[in-house]
Design a binder for this molecule. Sequence first.
Ligand code: B12
Length: 369
Amino acid sequence: VKTFKSSGLPAAVLAACALAAPATAQAAPGQVTVRVEGAAATLQPQTTVTTAAGSFTKRGPCSATSAGGALELATGGDWDGSYSAAFGQSVERIRTENYPLAGPEPRYWSLWVNGRPSELGACSRELDPGDEVLFFVDCYGAGCVSPAPLRATGPASATVGVPFTVRVEALAASGAATPAAGATVSGAGAPAVTGADGTATVTPAAAGALTLRVERPASVRTALTVLVGEPAARAVAPARPAAPAPDRSAPAARLLGIREGDRFSRRRAPRVVRARVTADPSGLSVVKLRLTRRTADGCAYLSGRLERFRRARCGRGAYFRVGSSTSVSYLLPTRLTPGRYVLDVIAVDRAGNRDPLARGRNRVVFLVR
Ligand code: B12
Protein backbone atom coordinates (compact mmCIF):
# COMPACT_ATOMS: atom_id res chain seq x y z
CA VAL A 1 0.00 0.00 0.00
CA LYS A 2 1.62 3.17 -1.08
CA THR A 3 -0.94 5.54 0.34
CA PHE A 4 0.08 8.25 2.73
CA LYS A 5 -1.65 7.33 5.98
CA SER A 6 -2.73 10.81 7.03
CA SER A 7 -3.65 12.17 3.61
CA GLY A 8 -4.32 9.01 1.58
CA LEU A 9 -1.87 10.14 -1.07
CA PRO A 10 0.29 7.69 -2.99
CA ALA A 11 3.95 7.43 -2.01
CA ALA A 12 4.78 8.64 -5.50
CA VAL A 13 3.15 11.92 -4.76
CA LEU A 14 4.63 12.08 -1.31
CA ALA A 15 8.06 11.51 -2.75
CA ALA A 16 7.36 14.16 -5.29
CA CYS A 17 6.05 16.47 -2.57
CA ALA A 18 9.42 16.51 -0.89
CA LEU A 19 10.79 18.53 -3.74
CA ALA A 20 9.87 21.85 -5.12
CA ALA A 21 8.92 21.83 -8.78
CA PRO A 22 12.19 22.71 -10.46
CA ALA A 23 12.36 24.41 -13.76
CA THR A 24 14.42 21.90 -15.73
CA ALA A 25 16.59 22.57 -18.72
CA GLN A 26 15.59 20.75 -21.90
CA ALA A 27 17.25 17.38 -22.26
CA ALA A 28 19.11 16.20 -25.30
CA PRO A 29 16.81 14.61 -27.90
CA GLY A 30 17.23 10.88 -28.37
CA GLN A 31 15.63 7.46 -28.31
CA VAL A 32 13.40 6.67 -25.35
CA THR A 33 10.70 4.07 -24.75
CA VAL A 34 7.09 4.56 -23.76
CA ARG A 35 4.65 1.97 -22.38
CA VAL A 36 1.07 2.54 -21.25
CA GLU A 37 -0.65 -0.05 -19.07
CA GLY A 38 -4.39 0.56 -18.83
CA ALA A 39 -6.80 -0.81 -16.25
CA ALA A 40 -7.48 -4.03 -18.09
CA ALA A 41 -5.12 -4.02 -21.05
CA THR A 42 -1.92 -2.61 -22.41
CA LEU A 43 -2.83 0.54 -24.31
CA GLN A 44 0.65 1.08 -25.68
CA PRO A 45 3.18 -1.74 -25.75
CA GLN A 46 6.73 -0.64 -25.18
CA THR A 47 7.45 1.70 -28.06
CA THR A 48 10.72 3.34 -28.94
CA VAL A 49 10.45 6.93 -30.07
CA THR A 50 13.05 9.53 -30.93
CA THR A 51 12.38 12.84 -29.29
CA ALA A 52 13.17 16.13 -30.96
CA ALA A 53 14.10 19.43 -29.42
CA GLY A 54 11.48 22.11 -28.83
CA SER A 55 8.00 22.08 -27.46
CA PHE A 56 4.42 21.70 -28.57
CA THR A 57 1.09 22.80 -27.23
CA LYS A 58 -1.38 20.39 -25.65
CA ARG A 59 -3.69 22.41 -23.36
CA GLY A 60 -0.59 24.39 -22.57
CA PRO A 61 3.08 24.16 -23.54
CA CYS A 62 4.77 20.77 -23.31
CA SER A 63 8.47 20.06 -23.81
CA ALA A 64 9.06 17.80 -26.79
CA THR A 65 11.93 16.09 -24.97
CA SER A 66 9.79 15.34 -21.90
CA ALA A 67 7.74 12.27 -20.96
CA GLY A 68 4.74 14.14 -22.37
CA GLY A 69 6.65 14.67 -25.62
CA ALA A 70 7.46 10.97 -25.81
CA LEU A 71 3.82 10.07 -25.06
CA GLU A 72 2.77 12.43 -27.84
CA LEU A 73 5.02 10.58 -30.29
CA ALA A 74 4.14 7.06 -29.11
CA THR A 75 0.38 7.56 -29.17
CA GLY A 76 0.24 9.88 -32.13
CA GLY A 77 -1.13 12.57 -29.85
CA ASP A 78 -3.95 10.38 -28.57
CA TRP A 79 -3.94 11.70 -25.00
CA ASP A 80 -5.20 14.76 -23.16
CA GLY A 81 -5.24 16.46 -19.77
CA SER A 82 -5.95 19.70 -17.98
CA TYR A 83 -3.41 22.45 -17.71
CA SER A 84 -2.63 24.29 -14.54
CA ALA A 85 -0.52 27.41 -14.31
CA ALA A 86 1.13 25.96 -11.20
CA PHE A 87 2.05 22.47 -12.36
CA GLY A 88 1.61 22.62 -16.07
CA GLN A 89 0.10 19.94 -18.25
CA SER A 90 -1.48 16.89 -16.64
CA VAL A 91 -2.22 13.57 -18.24
CA GLU A 92 -5.85 12.58 -17.75
CA ARG A 93 -6.77 10.61 -20.84
CA ILE A 94 -4.58 8.18 -22.76
CA ARG A 95 -6.31 6.66 -25.72
CA THR A 96 -9.57 5.17 -24.36
CA GLU A 97 -9.03 5.57 -20.63
CA ASN A 98 -9.83 8.86 -18.94
CA TYR A 99 -9.03 9.63 -15.30
CA PRO A 100 -9.49 13.34 -14.53
CA LEU A 101 -7.33 14.52 -11.60
CA ALA A 102 -10.30 16.33 -10.14
CA GLY A 103 -12.18 13.04 -9.82
CA PRO A 104 -14.73 11.76 -9.18
CA GLU A 105 -13.02 8.38 -9.68
CA PRO A 106 -9.99 7.97 -7.38
CA ARG A 107 -7.79 6.77 -10.18
CA TYR A 108 -5.15 8.54 -12.23
CA TRP A 109 -2.39 7.99 -14.69
CA SER A 110 0.75 7.48 -12.68
CA LEU A 111 4.00 8.39 -14.39
CA TRP A 112 7.21 6.46 -13.76
CA VAL A 113 10.57 6.91 -15.44
CA ASN A 114 13.28 4.24 -15.22
CA GLY A 115 11.43 2.31 -12.54
CA ARG A 116 10.84 5.30 -10.27
CA PRO A 117 7.85 7.65 -9.88
CA SER A 118 8.34 10.96 -11.62
CA GLU A 119 8.55 13.93 -9.30
CA LEU A 120 7.38 16.19 -12.05
CA GLY A 121 4.45 16.32 -14.38
CA ALA A 122 4.76 14.59 -17.75
CA CYS A 123 5.55 17.75 -19.70
CA SER A 124 8.19 18.88 -17.20
CA ARG A 125 9.93 15.55 -16.75
CA GLU A 126 12.79 15.78 -19.22
CA LEU A 127 14.17 12.52 -20.61
CA ASP A 128 17.65 11.40 -21.43
CA PRO A 129 18.28 9.03 -24.31
CA GLY A 130 17.54 5.47 -23.16
CA ASP A 131 14.99 6.51 -20.55
CA GLU A 132 11.97 4.25 -20.06
CA VAL A 133 8.60 5.93 -19.56
CA LEU A 134 5.70 4.03 -17.99
CA PHE A 135 2.16 5.27 -17.50
CA PHE A 136 -0.12 3.00 -15.49
CA VAL A 137 -3.45 3.32 -13.74
CA ASP A 138 -3.00 3.99 -10.05
CA CYS A 139 -5.44 4.85 -7.31
CA TYR A 140 -5.54 7.31 -4.44
CA GLY A 141 -7.65 7.84 -1.35
CA ALA A 142 -8.95 5.51 1.29
CA GLY A 143 -8.54 1.83 0.61
CA CYS A 144 -6.21 2.38 -2.31
CA VAL A 145 -3.59 -0.27 -2.73
CA SER A 146 -1.26 0.99 -5.42
CA PRO A 147 -0.20 -1.69 -7.85
CA ALA A 148 3.51 -2.42 -8.03
CA PRO A 149 4.98 -2.21 -11.51
CA LEU A 150 6.55 -5.50 -12.53
CA ARG A 151 9.88 -5.68 -14.27
CA ALA A 152 10.79 -8.77 -16.26
CA THR A 153 14.23 -9.63 -17.50
CA GLY A 154 15.45 -12.53 -19.58
CA PRO A 155 17.89 -13.38 -22.30
CA ALA A 156 17.86 -11.22 -25.40
CA SER A 157 17.77 -14.36 -27.50
CA ALA A 158 16.84 -18.00 -27.03
CA THR A 159 16.58 -21.22 -28.98
CA VAL A 160 13.52 -23.25 -29.93
CA GLY A 161 13.04 -26.06 -27.42
CA VAL A 162 15.73 -24.79 -25.06
CA PRO A 163 14.35 -23.55 -21.71
CA PHE A 164 15.38 -20.14 -20.43
CA THR A 165 14.76 -18.22 -17.23
CA VAL A 166 12.61 -15.14 -16.85
CA ARG A 167 13.20 -13.07 -13.73
CA VAL A 168 10.30 -10.98 -12.46
CA GLU A 169 10.65 -8.22 -9.88
CA ALA A 170 8.17 -5.89 -8.26
CA LEU A 171 9.22 -2.25 -8.15
CA ALA A 172 8.62 0.04 -5.20
CA ALA A 173 8.33 3.83 -5.31
CA SER A 174 11.62 3.93 -3.45
CA GLY A 175 13.24 2.28 -6.47
CA ALA A 176 13.71 -1.01 -4.62
CA ALA A 177 13.13 -4.17 -6.66
CA THR A 178 12.09 -7.40 -4.96
CA PRO A 179 11.53 -10.87 -6.51
CA ALA A 180 7.90 -11.18 -7.59
CA ALA A 181 6.55 -14.61 -6.71
CA GLY A 182 3.31 -15.88 -8.25
CA ALA A 183 3.57 -13.88 -11.45
CA THR A 184 2.23 -15.58 -14.56
CA VAL A 185 4.49 -15.62 -17.61
CA SER A 186 2.50 -16.48 -20.71
CA GLY A 187 2.96 -16.48 -24.44
CA ALA A 188 5.00 -19.65 -24.95
CA GLY A 189 2.86 -22.72 -24.50
CA ALA A 190 1.47 -23.33 -21.03
CA PRO A 191 1.88 -20.28 -18.76
CA ALA A 192 4.70 -20.50 -16.23
CA VAL A 193 4.39 -19.09 -12.71
CA THR A 194 7.31 -17.51 -10.91
CA GLY A 195 8.52 -19.15 -7.73
CA ALA A 196 9.61 -17.52 -4.49
CA ASP A 197 12.79 -16.36 -6.18
CA GLY A 198 10.76 -14.55 -8.82
CA THR A 199 11.92 -16.76 -11.68
CA ALA A 200 10.04 -18.94 -14.12
CA THR A 201 11.25 -21.23 -16.86
CA VAL A 202 9.99 -20.78 -20.37
CA THR A 203 10.56 -23.10 -23.33
CA PRO A 204 9.95 -21.45 -26.68
CA ALA A 205 8.18 -23.63 -29.23
CA ALA A 206 8.66 -21.56 -32.35
CA ALA A 207 11.25 -19.28 -33.85
CA GLY A 208 10.70 -15.56 -34.11
CA ALA A 209 10.11 -12.67 -31.74
CA LEU A 210 8.47 -14.16 -28.67
CA THR A 211 6.58 -11.64 -26.55
CA LEU A 212 5.89 -12.90 -23.05
CA ARG A 213 3.15 -11.32 -20.95
CA VAL A 214 3.97 -11.04 -17.27
CA GLU A 215 1.14 -10.32 -14.84
CA ARG A 216 0.16 -10.67 -11.24
CA PRO A 217 -2.84 -9.44 -9.25
CA ALA A 218 -2.38 -5.95 -7.73
CA SER A 219 0.67 -5.43 -9.94
CA VAL A 220 1.29 -3.58 -13.16
CA ARG A 221 1.67 -6.07 -15.98
CA THR A 222 4.68 -5.99 -18.20
CA ALA A 223 6.02 -7.79 -21.24
CA LEU A 224 9.28 -9.19 -22.39
CA THR A 225 10.37 -9.88 -25.94
CA VAL A 226 12.91 -12.59 -26.61
CA LEU A 227 14.26 -13.37 -30.02
CA VAL A 228 13.96 -17.10 -30.58
CA GLY A 229 16.18 -18.80 -33.13
CA GLU A 230 16.12 -22.26 -34.64
CA PRO A 231 18.37 -24.86 -33.04
CA ALA A 232 21.93 -24.59 -34.30
CA ALA A 233 21.61 -27.69 -36.46
CA ARG A 234 18.82 -26.12 -38.47
CA ALA A 235 19.71 -22.45 -38.22
CA VAL A 236 23.37 -22.78 -39.02
CA ALA A 237 23.07 -25.58 -41.51
CA PRO A 238 26.60 -26.57 -42.41
CA ALA A 239 27.43 -24.49 -45.41
CA ARG A 240 26.87 -26.79 -48.33
CA PRO A 241 30.12 -27.47 -50.07
CA ALA A 242 30.24 -25.16 -53.01
CA ALA A 243 28.81 -26.99 -55.98
CA PRO A 244 31.75 -28.17 -58.03
CA ALA A 245 32.14 -26.45 -61.33
CA PRO A 246 30.10 -28.42 -63.84
CA ASP A 247 32.13 -30.98 -65.79
CA ARG A 248 32.25 -29.86 -69.37
CA SER A 249 35.26 -31.77 -70.53
CA ALA A 250 34.97 -35.14 -72.21
CA PRO A 251 37.22 -38.08 -71.48
CA ALA A 252 39.70 -38.80 -74.25
CA ALA A 253 40.19 -42.25 -75.70
CA ARG A 254 43.39 -43.24 -77.47
CA LEU A 255 43.72 -46.31 -79.65
CA LEU A 256 46.73 -48.46 -78.89
CA GLY A 257 48.57 -50.82 -81.23
CA ILE A 258 47.00 -49.60 -84.45
CA ARG A 259 48.25 -46.39 -85.94
CA GLU A 260 46.82 -44.13 -88.53
CA GLY A 261 47.79 -45.35 -92.04
CA ASP A 262 48.92 -48.79 -90.87
CA ARG A 263 48.90 -51.51 -93.52
CA PHE A 264 48.49 -55.10 -92.43
CA SER A 265 48.66 -58.40 -94.26
CA ARG A 266 45.63 -60.57 -93.65
CA ARG A 267 47.68 -62.71 -91.31
CA ARG A 268 48.94 -59.79 -89.30
CA ALA A 269 45.68 -57.93 -89.24
CA PRO A 270 44.69 -56.85 -85.72
CA ARG A 271 42.65 -59.31 -83.67
CA VAL A 272 42.25 -57.09 -80.62
CA VAL A 273 41.27 -53.47 -80.37
CA ARG A 274 42.85 -51.79 -77.38
CA ALA A 275 42.35 -48.28 -76.12
CA ARG A 276 43.15 -46.21 -73.08
CA VAL A 277 40.75 -43.58 -71.80
CA THR A 278 41.70 -40.65 -69.59
CA ALA A 279 40.16 -40.57 -66.12
CA ASP A 280 37.16 -38.26 -65.89
CA PRO A 281 35.94 -36.23 -62.88
CA SER A 282 32.36 -37.33 -63.52
CA GLY A 283 33.33 -40.92 -64.10
CA LEU A 284 33.14 -42.89 -67.32
CA SER A 285 29.76 -43.89 -68.58
CA VAL A 286 30.63 -45.90 -71.65
CA VAL A 287 33.37 -46.59 -74.14
CA LYS A 288 32.06 -47.37 -77.61
CA LEU A 289 33.65 -48.72 -80.73
CA ARG A 290 32.77 -48.46 -84.39
CA LEU A 291 34.57 -50.31 -87.13
CA THR A 292 33.67 -49.81 -90.79
CA ARG A 293 35.13 -51.47 -93.84
CA ARG A 294 35.19 -50.33 -97.40
CA THR A 295 36.01 -52.61 -100.30
CA ALA A 296 35.43 -52.48 -104.02
CA ASP A 297 32.21 -54.40 -103.35
CA GLY A 298 30.83 -51.87 -100.98
CA CYS A 299 30.77 -51.06 -97.34
CA ALA A 300 30.07 -52.90 -94.10
CA TYR A 301 30.31 -52.28 -90.39
CA LEU A 302 30.94 -54.51 -87.45
CA SER A 303 27.72 -55.25 -85.58
CA GLY A 304 28.34 -55.65 -81.87
CA ARG A 305 25.11 -57.53 -81.45
CA LEU A 306 25.58 -59.91 -84.39
CA GLU A 307 29.35 -60.15 -83.88
CA ARG A 308 29.97 -60.03 -87.62
CA PHE A 309 30.20 -57.44 -90.39
CA ARG A 310 26.96 -56.22 -91.84
CA ARG A 311 26.64 -54.58 -95.18
CA ALA A 312 25.65 -50.98 -95.06
CA ARG A 313 25.69 -47.88 -97.14
CA CYS A 314 29.14 -46.34 -97.17
CA GLY A 315 29.59 -43.84 -94.41
CA ARG A 316 27.12 -45.71 -92.21
CA GLY A 317 28.00 -47.73 -89.19
CA ALA A 318 26.96 -48.15 -85.60
CA TYR A 319 28.83 -47.89 -82.35
CA PHE A 320 28.57 -50.60 -79.78
CA ARG A 321 29.59 -50.70 -76.17
CA VAL A 322 32.94 -52.25 -75.33
CA GLY A 323 33.34 -51.21 -71.72
CA SER A 324 33.33 -48.40 -69.21
CA SER A 325 36.81 -48.47 -67.77
CA THR A 326 39.90 -46.47 -68.65
CA SER A 327 41.43 -49.58 -70.20
CA VAL A 328 39.53 -51.21 -73.02
CA SER A 329 40.34 -54.43 -74.78
CA TYR A 330 37.98 -55.89 -77.38
CA LEU A 331 38.62 -59.17 -79.18
CA LEU A 332 37.34 -58.87 -82.72
CA PRO A 333 34.82 -61.67 -83.37
CA THR A 334 36.12 -62.34 -86.88
CA ARG A 335 39.40 -62.07 -88.72
CA LEU A 336 39.61 -58.88 -90.72
CA THR A 337 39.31 -59.44 -94.43
CA PRO A 338 40.98 -57.09 -96.93
CA GLY A 339 39.64 -53.60 -97.12
CA ARG A 340 40.04 -50.11 -95.85
CA TYR A 341 39.02 -49.85 -92.22
CA VAL A 342 38.03 -46.89 -90.13
CA LEU A 343 38.22 -47.64 -86.42
CA ASP A 344 36.62 -45.18 -84.01
CA VAL A 345 36.62 -45.41 -80.22
CA ILE A 346 34.80 -42.81 -78.20
CA ALA A 347 34.25 -42.38 -74.52
CA VAL A 348 31.27 -40.66 -72.85
CA ASP A 349 31.35 -39.52 -69.24
CA ARG A 350 28.51 -39.50 -66.70
CA ALA A 351 27.97 -35.80 -67.33
CA GLY A 352 27.19 -36.66 -70.93
CA ASN A 353 30.41 -35.25 -72.38
CA ARG A 354 31.32 -37.14 -75.53
CA ASP A 355 34.82 -37.60 -76.83
CA PRO A 356 35.12 -35.92 -80.27
CA LEU A 357 36.82 -37.91 -82.98
CA ALA A 358 40.42 -37.01 -83.65
CA ARG A 359 42.27 -38.74 -86.43
CA GLY A 360 45.33 -40.54 -85.14
CA ARG A 361 44.09 -40.63 -81.58
CA ASN A 362 40.68 -42.25 -81.35
CA ARG A 363 40.13 -42.61 -85.04
CA VAL A 364 42.55 -44.57 -87.14
CA VAL A 365 42.29 -45.54 -90.78
CA PHE A 366 44.21 -48.69 -91.73
CA LEU A 367 44.37 -51.15 -94.56
CA VAL A 368 44.26 -54.92 -94.61
CA ARG A 369 45.53 -56.42 -97.81
C1 B12 B 1 -3.27 15.50 -4.29
C2 B12 B 1 -2.17 15.46 -5.29
C3 B12 B 1 -2.28 14.54 -6.33
C4 B12 B 1 -3.48 13.68 -6.55
C5 B12 B 1 -4.56 14.53 -7.21
C6 B12 B 1 -5.91 13.88 -7.23
C7 B12 B 1 -6.71 14.11 -5.99
N1 B12 B 1 -7.97 14.34 -6.16
O1 B12 B 1 -6.21 14.13 -4.87
C8 B12 B 1 -2.90 12.59 -7.48
C9 B12 B 1 -2.52 11.42 -6.64
C10 B12 B 1 -3.80 12.11 -8.58
C11 B12 B 1 -1.67 13.29 -8.01
C12 B12 B 1 -1.02 12.83 -9.13
C13 B12 B 1 0.18 13.34 -9.55
N2 B12 B 1 0.89 14.31 -8.96
CO1 B12 B 1 0.23 15.37 -7.52
N3 B12 B 1 -0.08 16.31 -6.02
C14 B12 B 1 -1.08 16.33 -5.18
C15 B12 B 1 -0.80 17.33 -4.10
C16 B12 B 1 -0.23 16.57 -2.92
C17 B12 B 1 -1.95 18.13 -3.64
C18 B12 B 1 -2.77 18.75 -4.76
C19 B12 B 1 -4.02 19.33 -4.18
O2 B12 B 1 -4.92 18.58 -3.85
N4 B12 B 1 -4.07 20.63 -4.10
C20 B12 B 1 -5.22 21.29 -3.52
C21 B12 B 1 -6.34 21.51 -4.61
C22 B12 B 1 -7.57 22.22 -4.00
O3 B12 B 1 -5.84 22.36 -5.63
P1 B12 B 1 -6.01 21.94 -7.17
O4 B12 B 1 -5.23 22.86 -7.99
O5 B12 B 1 -7.39 21.70 -7.52
O6 B12 B 1 -5.28 20.53 -7.16
C23 B12 B 1 -5.28 19.76 -8.27
C24 B12 B 1 -3.94 19.78 -8.96
O7 B12 B 1 -2.89 19.80 -8.02
C25 B12 B 1 -3.94 18.45 -9.66
N5 B12 B 1 -2.65 17.80 -9.63
C26 B12 B 1 -2.19 16.98 -8.73
N6 B12 B 1 -0.97 16.56 -9.04
C27 B12 B 1 -0.67 17.13 -10.20
C28 B12 B 1 0.48 17.04 -10.95
C29 B12 B 1 0.54 17.76 -12.12
C30 B12 B 1 1.78 17.66 -12.91
C31 B12 B 1 -0.54 18.56 -12.53
C32 B12 B 1 -0.47 19.31 -13.81
C33 B12 B 1 -1.68 18.62 -11.78
C34 B12 B 1 -1.74 17.91 -10.60
O8 B12 B 1 -4.83 17.59 -8.98
C35 B12 B 1 -5.42 18.29 -7.91
C36 B12 B 1 -6.85 17.85 -7.78
O9 B12 B 1 -7.57 18.08 -8.97
C37 B12 B 1 0.27 18.20 -4.79
C38 B12 B 1 1.23 18.89 -3.84
C39 B12 B 1 0.83 20.34 -3.61
N7 B12 B 1 1.34 20.83 -2.59
O10 B12 B 1 0.12 20.96 -4.40
C40 B12 B 1 0.99 17.21 -5.66
C41 B12 B 1 1.68 17.66 -6.90
C42 B12 B 1 0.89 18.71 -7.63
N8 B12 B 1 1.71 16.48 -7.68
C43 B12 B 1 2.83 16.33 -8.29
C44 B12 B 1 3.11 15.26 -9.14
C45 B12 B 1 4.54 15.12 -9.70
C46 B12 B 1 2.13 14.34 -9.49
C47 B12 B 1 2.30 13.18 -10.51
C48 B12 B 1 3.00 13.59 -11.78
C49 B12 B 1 3.00 12.00 -9.82
C50 B12 B 1 3.31 10.87 -10.71
N9 B12 B 1 4.57 10.54 -10.74
O11 B12 B 1 2.48 10.24 -11.32
C51 B12 B 1 0.81 12.79 -10.73
C52 B12 B 1 0.16 13.45 -11.95
C53 B12 B 1 0.28 12.56 -13.15
C54 B12 B 1 -0.68 13.01 -14.23
N10 B12 B 1 -1.57 12.11 -14.55
O12 B12 B 1 -0.54 14.04 -14.78
C55 B12 B 1 3.79 17.44 -8.05
C56 B12 B 1 3.88 18.36 -9.24
C57 B12 B 1 5.30 18.90 -9.38
C58 B12 B 1 5.43 19.76 -10.61
N11 B12 B 1 5.82 20.99 -10.40
O13 B12 B 1 5.25 19.34 -11.72
C59 B12 B 1 3.20 18.08 -6.78
C60 B12 B 1 3.43 19.59 -6.67
C61 B12 B 1 3.89 17.40 -5.63
C62 B12 B 1 5.33 17.82 -5.54
N12 B12 B 1 5.64 18.81 -4.78
O14 B12 B 1 6.18 17.23 -6.13
N13 B12 B 1 -1.31 14.33 -7.29
